[in-house]
Design a protein around this ligand. Structure first.
Ligand SMILES: [Zn+2]
Length: 114
């Protein structure tokens, strides 16, 4: 949707509507309801709109970091030793903990000591 006022022309798209529509609704709702009730909801909406995707990425990164710890001493100082088979024909990544010298196998749930 394009808005044109005299010389000013602005294209209003879906991403702009996600920001502008809650402000307009807030202005209408502030006449009906108490602002102490509405303000936390609108601030929660904008907080999740602007910072929600970044927070989700950070949280998923923390989960991935927890998977790559030594199963014996929980140290993050591990190195990749190589790929080899273990109880099947499938190749797995073998890691060595530099702290306690434990060999670990990378599985879907993280590192497992063997
Ligand atoms: Zn270790």
């Amino acid at each position: 949707m394009k808005l044109k006022l005299w010389q000013f022309e602005y294209s209003f798209d879906k991403e702009d509507a996600k920001i502008a529509v809650p402000i307009i609704l807030y202005l209408f709702a502030s006449n009906v309801y108490d602002q102490k009730i509405i303000l936390p909801f609108i601030s929660f909406y904008y907080f999740t709109y602007f910072f929600g995707p970044q927070m989700i990425l950070k949280m998923s990164g923390l989960y991935e970091d927890n998977k790559m710890k030594c199963p014996q001493c929980r140290s993050k100082k591990i190195i990749l030793r190589g790929y080899n088979t273990y109880r099947s024909d499938e190749h797995h990544a073998f890691y060595l903990c530099t702290n306690c010298k434990t060999t670990a196998l990378l599985t879907n749930g993280g590192l497992t000591a063997i």
